[in-house]
Ligand binder design. Structure first.
Ligand code: ADP
Length: 262
């Protein structure tokens, strides 16, 4: 438990550090992108090379902006738009995107818990988090395998809370993403959530995928945990607090609304 506390404090200070930098950087990049746009629009038609140079600069600046936004997600400085979500529906709505991401050699299985509670979170960010986990799973199974996404209800009790710093006791919905790929070494597992930590080749990994997942989950009042065994595979469990205080009528009314993208 002490290790967990130390780990949580480390993540907290990393978040503050990167959050400040990313925030300022993001603002500066907006200035760059805005001015490049003015430049590009006022360049004469015939100056093809200059236009291309301005376009390349814009592409680079936009890429940098994407990186800083992912850092903001880690540092929990990202504006979220939480709303009640049915995790089963959200996962179902991602089927096509996931199939495309995983390719033909990876089999996708979804196991939907019955009566899964609703959660309050930003659906776009939850999708992004699941997608990041799927991309990691794919990269861990270069010669194919199986990805399982499972939803369920659970209660995190006192003994779990004692083992995991900063996890409030309570009822949670679990979204579990498992692969039977390479697994992680102890060293990788210890650093996996840190921004810019990657074991992937330059250009392949940014080391921001799990950081984004971590930041989003924390910002949503949840918890995330990785279980991994070398050559066996990896399971990442996202816990999001159950949405409380709904009357049965409200639940029924909300269930009648089909969320965007499904
Ligand atoms: P990136 O994917 O860009 O490297 P992440 O933050 O998503 O960044 O992941 C950090 C590291 O954690 C990866 O480089 C990899 O070593 C390890 N990792 C993440 N997910 C998995 C997985 N499902 N199986 C094995 N290793 C993983």
């Amino acid at each position: 438990a002490e290790d967990a506390l130390r780990q949580a404090q480390k993540m907290e200070s990393l978040g503050q550090l990167t959050g400040g930098v990313a925030h300022d950087f993001n603002n500066l990049l907006q200035v760059v992108v805005g001015n490049l746009e003015i430049l590009r629009r006022n360049l004469p038609e015939e100056s093809g090379r200059l236009r291309r140079a301005a376009e390349n600069a814009t592409t680079g600046a936009n890429r940098a902006a994407t990186l800083t936004q992912r850092l903001l997600a880690f540092s929990r400085r990202q504006p979220l738009a939480p709303q009640p979500i049915d995790a089963n529906r959200l996962v179902t709505g991602m089927a096509e995107l996931l199939a495309r991401t995983l390719g033909e050699t990876i089999h996708l299985e979804t196991v939907q818990g019955a009566g899964v509670w609703r959660v309050e979170a930003d659906p776009n960010q939850l999708e992004a988090a699941i997608l990041n986990l799927a991309v990691n799973a794919r990269d861990a199974m270069p010669s194919g395998g199986k990805l399982t996404i499972e939803t369920s209800n659970t209660h995190l009790d006192k003994s779990y809370a004692a083992e995991h710093a900063e996890v409030p006791v309570g009822q949670y919905v679990v979204v579990s993403v498992s692969d039977n790929g390479s697994g992680m070494t102890k060293e990788t597992l210890a650093k996996a959530f840190e921004p810019f930590f990657t074991t992937k080749e330059v250009g392949k990994g940014t080391g921001l995928g799990l950081s984004m997942v971590y930041g989003f989950v924390k910002q949503s009042g949840g918890h995330v945990k990785i279980y991994s065994e070398i050559d066996e595979g990896t399971t990442v469990k996202i816990y999001l607090p159950r949405l409380m205080g709904e009357t049965p009528e409200e639940t029924a009314a909300a269930e009648a609304i089909v969320p965007e993208g499904s």
